[in-house]
Each structure stands twice: as structure tokens, then as C-alpha cells.
Design a protein around this ligand. Structure first.
Ligand SMILES: C[S@@+](CC[C@H](N)C(=O)[O-])C[C@H]1O[C@@H](n2cnc3c(N)ncnc32)[C@H](O)[C@@H]1O
Length: 346
């Protein structure tokens, strides 16, 4: 359904590498690509080959990301470990790991002579990254925490005057200019006060203070664009317990609610072995984007992240290289767009 931001979704039936250049910059990238287990055509057989597989994609993500873009990287633990150094060198900063605990039933029938001599694996991970935020100064590149204090001190102002600047008794110095772990990123309205105070009361020799472009002090809206959205979901931790997808939501060969016109062989076989629970995708989308934001899903499969994004009023840009999956994903996306209602959690 088109809205004031344009079309709600776009699906490329082909290689994501061919379309990154055409997609609008993302607020969020959900990556659920190769696992290094030979799981789909083109998935390397071993996790050691994953860095080479992801390299061209990470290059594009890093190039087109905004300062506030987040990345949610699904994989096995060892698969992620192989790709992590590449992400870091592409400017992605680790935030946290979410562990999907699929439960003991996932183990049944999943054993061989090697895996029987270790603790059974019942997990996958989704690793959350953001862009590393750094500021150039004559004293070198600084993270936000150091830069805020550096600029204040460059203005020749005592740290405690940040409280006067922000109109509070004592919290501003402690929260925004501290160098310890209790530091907070100043919200835009507080940053506006700090910037205006430093430029009005600071040493006139050093103006302007708090510039991103070397000429003009940062505005509150520029400042707010440096940090991703975050909507807290009470009671949710970084361990998500749910069995592998089953029930109504799992697309089967004999048709599903959301794509009734597609013919599929094998009435009870899952269409795609890697289909992710919509509820998981809904959690990441609603936590770290706002309505109207752009979500990229370069390795679409059945495009679960895009379905969740559309249902939550975001705009989805997906690609799927296997045409059989892309056809089904397109129907699923169209259905999500028509109804704008997320499939309920079983
Ligand atoms: C792990 S599955 C994604 C499953 C998806 N999250 C879902 O819930 O349905 C990865 C998918 O990426 C597709 N793929 C792999 N390389 C791709 C590429 N370069 N461009 C687009 N799709 C690709 C594969 O065909 C496969 O369907």
C-alpha cells in the first residue's frame, strides 16, 4: 500500500548485490544469509568460507548505511564468529547477541557420530550491530563520549556548567560529560542546550564548538539522526525461547493463507527450511526502527523480516535469488501490505 513515504515494499528477484545501489539508505539491515552448512544453493559447506561469502555484501552495507543504521546478523555461533572481524573492519560496532533457544525437541533426529560427543546445539544467534560513531578532531578520531567532553573543555568551560546549560541541578555533567560507564548519549533537546551554551559562553577564540562539518554547530535534528530509534519492550531479554517454526505460519507445499494461488509440489513439506518466526522479526523491527523507516532484507527467502516490517508500517526492500522462493515471498509481501496485520504468534 503506497503511503506518504512511497511504496511499502520492493522485492528483487535476483542477487542483492545488483540492487543495493538502487535501494534507499536503510535504517535497519536484517541479514539471514549463508550459514556455512550447505543449507541452500550457494551456501558454503563450512563456516570458514563465510567471510569471503559476506565480504561483497558487507562492503555495500557499510557504503550505504546511515550513521544510525543497525544491522541484525542471523547465524550460527561459529558462522558469526567467522564474519565478525569483517563487520568490525567495515565500521560496524557490536551491541549484543540475541540467542534463539529452540529447545530440546530441536535435537531429536539431529545427531551423528561426531555431534553425539558434545552438548547438543539448540541455538542460533542474531547479533545486533550499529555504526561506529566517531568524530574527527585535531587530537585524532574520538568516540561520542570523549568528543562531548573534549569540545566542552576546548571551550574553556568548567564541567559543572553543563548543569546550568541543561537547566538541571546536577545530572547533566554526570550523565553527558562523564568518562565512566554511567555516560548517556545526550537527547537532542539537551544537546541543543549544550551546543548553544558552549558557543555563547565558551572561549570566543575556539568557536564554533560541536561541529560535524567544521563550520556550523550541530543542530538537534542532525544530532538525533546519529542514533538509531529504540523502543523498549518490557520483559524481553536477549534469550528468545521458541521452537523452530511450525503451525500455520510455516509455509507448506500445499498453500498457505497468505499465498493461496501459488502451486507447490509436496503438500506437507516446508517451502523453505530457514523460514524465521515473524514474531522475532517483529521484535527487532519495532525495537530499532520508526514507522516509515527503510528495512533491508538482502537474503529474503520467504522475506519474514520484510513481512514484519510492512505489517509495522515500515518500508521493506528485499532480494531473493531463487525464483521459486521469490514468487512465494512476493505473494506473502503483497498479503502483508493488503492487510497490514502481522500473523499472530502461535
Ligand atoms: C537463510 S535463508 C533466509 C530465510 C528468511 N529469513 C525467511 O524467514 O524466509 C537465505 C536466503 O537467501 C537467498 N540468497 C542467498 N544469496 C543471495 C543473494 N546474493 N541475493 C539474494 N538472495 C540470496 C537464498 O536463496 C535463501 O533463500
Amino acid at each position: 500500500m503506497p503511503d506518504e513515504f512511497g511504496a511499502a515494499w520492493s522485492l528483487h528477484r535476483g542477487d542483492a548485490l545488483d540492487v543495493y545501489v538502487e535501494w534507499p539508505s536503510p535504517s535497519m539491515i536484517v541479514s539471514d544469509g549463508a550459514y556455512g552448512v550447505g543449507g541452500f544453493p550457494g551456501d558454503p559447506r563450512t563456516p570458514e568460507d563465510l567471510a569471503a561469502w559476506y565480504a561483497p555484501h558487507i562492503e555495500h552495507w557499510s557504503k550505504y548505511a546511515l550513521p544510525a543504521t543497525t544491522l541484525w546478523f542471523w547465524n550460527t555461533e561459529i558462522g558469526w564468529a567467522n564474519v565478525h572481524p569483517l563487520l568490525v573492519s567495515g565500521g560496524w560496532e557490536y551491541v549484543q547477541t540475541i540467542t534463539w533457544d529452540k529447545g530440546i525437541n530441536h535435537i531429536a533426529g539431529n545427531v551423528n557420530g561426531d555431534t553425539i560427543r558434545r552438548f547438543p546445539v539448540a541455538t542460533e544467534v542474531c547479533v545486533f550491530y550499529r555504526r561506529r560513531l566517531e568524530f574527527e578532531t585535531p587530537r585524532g578520531v574520538m568516540p561520542a563520549k570523549r568528543w562531548l567532553r573534549y569540545e566542552w573543555q576546548r571551550a574553556g568551560l568548567p564541567l559543572c556548567r553543563a548543569n546550568e546549560a541543561c537547566g538541571v541541578a546536577n545530572a547533566a555533567t554526570r550523565k553527558y560529560l562523564t568518562q565512566d560507564w554511567l555516560w548517556y548519549f545526550p537527547p537532542p533537546e539537551m544537546m541543543k542546550r549544550l551546543v548553544s551554551y558552549a558557543n555563547r559562553h565558551g572561549d570566543p577564540q575556539g568557536v564554533p564548538y560541536y561541529c560535524l562539518d567544521g563550520n556550523t554547530p550541530v543542530t538537534s535534528s542532525e544530532w538525533s539522526r546519529l542514533r538509531h530509534a529504540w523502543t523498549h519492550a518490557h520483559g524481553l531479554t536477549n534469550v528468545w525461547v521458541a521452537p523452530p517454526l511450525h503451525g500455520n505460519e510455516r509455509l507448506k507445499g500445499n498453500g498457505v493463507r497468505s499465498a493461496p494461488r501459488v502451486h507447490r509440489p509436496g503438500p506437507n513439506a516446508a517451502v523453505h527450511l530457514n523460514q524465521k518466526p515473524l514474531e522475532f522479526m517483529r521484535r527487532v523491527v519495532t525495537a530499532a526502527t520508526s514507522p516509515g523507516d527503510v528495512v533491508w532484507e538482502p537474503f529474503g527467502g520467504l522475506c519474514s523480516a520484510s513481512v514484519a516490517a510492512i505489517s509495522a508500517g515500515r518500508r521493506a526492500y528485499a532480494a531473493e535469488i531463487v525464483d521459486r522462493f521469490a514468487v512465494m515471498a512476493a505473494e506473502r509481501l503483497a498479503f502483508a501490505d493488503e492487510t497490514q496485520v502481522a500473523t499472530s504468534w502461535p
